[in-house]
Design a protein around this ligand. Structure first.
Ligand SMILES: [Zn+2]
Length: 401
């Protein structure tokens, strides 16, 4: 059983100086200290000007905070920002910390994190400039990850495998804007379904990315797949992490992320020396596990092709033994040998190495660890069932890229 270890803050962060942004353009200082808009007129004008616009033109760029943003719910946010919005706020250090929230519309913790920070800094200067991106506001309205017909807003960033679309062009513009500002670091805030500890995901194994990850929690996942994530794009220009803050609505996830961002805002630089091996639990998400499109599945409908094990999410981050039961298959179906696909970083299907059907039972063939097992059937179909994990122990020498 993997138990969530004690929180850890690497001592190297205190006063450690490195050239975190070598090679990046340093923009001139942005607008002065944040001031809340008192009359809402700016917001009103912005709201009218973007009505009906294609998303690719819909970077609502503000340098003030609309009053209504401070308390608004994720489901009502579309009333303030009918399209994704980007807010730039000046701070003592000019290179901005980029924080994106609601790329998945049902993952509301990020909005609460931003609101907490806006209250904290309403009447005092930010230690560092910040840029807040509010992503899929239309899916947030419905409480959904994405709307039918929309691409996943965390698969559309530069490096995506998706074809060009208004959404990919919009993401490219946001990326270019932040790169031109000399972005200091990038933080993308998410929730997941199912029981999971808090952890971060990185898409590079360099010292800066790992130090940023471990500043949130000692549990860090290296996950270079799927392509087109915000973190995967920003790794090209700055240290970048995805935060997984538990289930939406949990106060502990919001508090944890706020505490982390406060630390980031005060960092003069991010150390390049990787954290010591004993200070990090680092795993590689070696394959994304999906249910085949043609296979029906359920947690509670016995006639489905694949009846998943009840409380499957209890197995998250657990060292599982060969033979562990994951579900039952209907006799005579599905027609394919396995109901699952396990897709590696380079697109291979390794499901046959990890799963087999034995007397109509879906079991593990070898000792494995799974994470992000979801109990939400819609999320499983839209995203995945889980990830297959392996521990990385030699990261400081063999995995740095
Ligand atoms: Zn998400």
């Amino acid at each position: 059983m993997f138990s969530r270890p004690k929180r850890f803050v690497p001592s190297g962060f205190r006063g450690f100086a490195q050239n975190a942004n070598d090679g990046l353009q340093t923009p001139s200082r942005l607008s002065g200290k944040q001031k809340a808009s008192r009359n809402g007129a700016t917001t009103q004008r912005k709201r009218e000007s973007v009505k009906g616009m294609e998303i690719e033109n819909a970077i609502i760029r503000l340098e003030q905070v609309p009053d209504a943003l401070i308390e608004i719910s994720a489901t009502d946010l579309h009333g303030l920002f009918p399209q994704p919005a980007l807010i730039h706020l000046g701070g003592d250090q000019p290179e901005p910390l980029f924080v994106s929230v609601l790329l998945h519309g049902n993952e509301s913790s990020g909005l609460a994190v931003v609101q907490t920070l806006l209250k904290t800094y309403a009447s005092k200067p930010w230690p560092r400039a910040v840029s807040f991106l509010f992503g899929n506001v239309q899916a947030a309205r419905e409480g959904l990850r994405r709307l039918d017909g929309q691409p996943d807003f965390n698969r559309i960033w530069p490096g995506t495998e998706l074809g060009a679309s208004p959404e990919t062009r919009w993401a490219q513009k946001v990326y270019a804007d932040m790169a031109a500002r000399g972005v200091f670091a990038s933080i993308d805030i998410h929730n997941n379904t199912g029981r999971n500890p808090h952890y971060s995901c990185v898409e590079r194994l360099d010292g800066q990315s790992l130090n940023l990850g471990v500043l949130f929690d000692r549990l860090v996942i290296y996950s270079p797949y799927p392509k087109g994530t915000q973190t995967g794009a920003f790794k090209q220009v700055c240290p970048s992490v995805t935060l997984e803050c538990g289930s939406p609505g949990e106060a502990s996830g919001v508090e944890h992320a706020v505490e982390f961002i406060e630390k980031c805002l005060r960092l003069p630089e991010i150390p390049c020396q990787p954290p010591a091996a004993e200070d990090i639990d680092l795993f590689h998400a070696l394959a994304q596990v999906l249910v085949r499109d043609e296979v029906s599945f359920s947690y509670d409908y016995p006639a489905a092709d694949l009846l998943l094990r009840p409380q499957l999410d209890e197995l998250n981050f657990t060292e599982l033994t060969p033979g562990t039961l994951l579900g039952k298959t209907k006799p005579g179906s599905p027609p394919t040998p396995l109901p699952l696909i396990a897709r590696t970083d380079d697109g291979r299907d390794v499901a046959g190495d990890y799963f087999r059907i034995e007397n109509n039972q879906l079991v593990l063939t070898q000792g494995s660890m799974l994470c992000m097992l979801s109990m939400d059937e819609r999320i499983i179909r839209q995203d995945c069932l889980c990830y297959l994990m392996e521990r990385i122990t030699e990261f400081s020498t063999s995995h740095v890229n």
